[in-house]
Design a protein around this ligand. Structure first.
Ligand code: ARG
Length: 289
């Protein structure tokens, strides 16, 4: 009994009963997916891609979300925007307000207005972005706090915009490894309720500069860290409802750590979408109305 209490106090292995929170997400079918330009080190336009396979893999993710009871909403994919499948980059939503994306690279530029149109016609107040930012790719809500990435894509100015729009604590974290160019490739939000509402995360320490690593250690002393193998299949690019964590099926070490902590990992193979430098989370934008 005392052992259980101790385990609960430290939120340690197995003793914790994880609670699933209902999620509403936006996805975009990869009907036009291919790799025709290179804006991150994962992309090799000279290598062939298989759009039909990408669609099948994406449909598997869609079915998993449906099976978990999520509400999944869809935005129409537009021809000529092969990266539009990575819906996480389409904006950031919280409290019924959608902060629009403004992409770093011209190739993705038109996605910003396309997603803003969708938000407008689906019940959101839209705030047009001034600074370059790539939406939930770089902004992660953990409990009441927003973790915000910079270094490759989103400008630090967008973090100030977030502060003004939402009035929440926004913690700037600096990414330094080009392979982990969006915050959602280097941090996974595991839950938003543990540790008295601060939530918990998993992350790849070497993706961050020293100062940011220190901030993460201070904020999340109990965070899960992943190894290079799991990071190399974008294992951290996962989506959790607080109990079920949908991850790359090849991230075996991460899967084990999640089980030890009482989460239920669910593996999915998005190998084709990995050719564009994205995984589970990239294909998922959380809608918070
Ligand atoms: N090819 C896309 C890009 O480089 C991949 C985006 C991945 N999305 C994400 N949320 N990490 O912009």
């Amino acid at each position: 009994m005392r052992q259980v209490a101790a385990a609960l106090a430290s939120e340690g292995p197995a003793a914790v009963e994880r609670v699933a929170v209902h999620k509403t997400v936006l996805m975009c079918r990869p009907d036009h997916f291919t790799v025709s330009y290179r804006i991150n080190p994962w992309m090799h336009p000279e290598k062939p891609t298989d759009t039909a396979l990408a669609v099948r893999q994406w449909e598997e993710l869609y079915r998993i979300y449906e099976g978990l009871g999520f509400d999944v909403e869809l935005i129409d994919p537009l021809p000529g925007l092969p990266d539009m499948v990575y819906a996480a980059n389409g904006g950031f939503t919280l409290d019924g307000i959608a902060y629009g994306a403004r992409f770093q690279y011209d190739e993705r530029g038109p996605e910003g207005p396309a997603y803003m149109d969708w938000f407008r016609s689906h019940g959101f107040e839209v705030v047009e972005p001034v600074s370059i930012n790539e939406g939930e790719g770089d902004f992660l809500l953990v409990g009441e706090r927003i973790l915000a990435g910079t270094g490759f894509r989103s400008d630090a100015g967008s973090h100030d915009e977030l502060r003004r729009i939402y009035g929440r604590e926004v913690v700037t974290l600096t990414l330094i490894d080009p392979a982990f160019y969006h915050l959602d490739t280097a941090i996974a939000v595991l839950d938003t309720v543990s540790h008295a509402g601060a939530g918990n995360i998993a992350y790849l320490p070497k993706a961050f500069d020293e100062a940011s690593q220190q901030i993460i250690r201070d904020l999340y002393p109990d965070a899960v860290t992943v190894n290079d193998d799991d990071a190399a299949v974008l294992g951290l690019n996962s989506f959790s409802d607080g109990k079920n964590v949908v991850i790359a099926s090849r991230a075996v070490g991460f899967e084990e750590s999640l089980r030890e902590r009482g989460y239920t990992p669910i593996g999915v193979d998005l190998s084709e979408l990995l050719l564009g430098g994205g995984g589970v989370k990239c294909c998922t934008l959380e809608l918070r109305r």
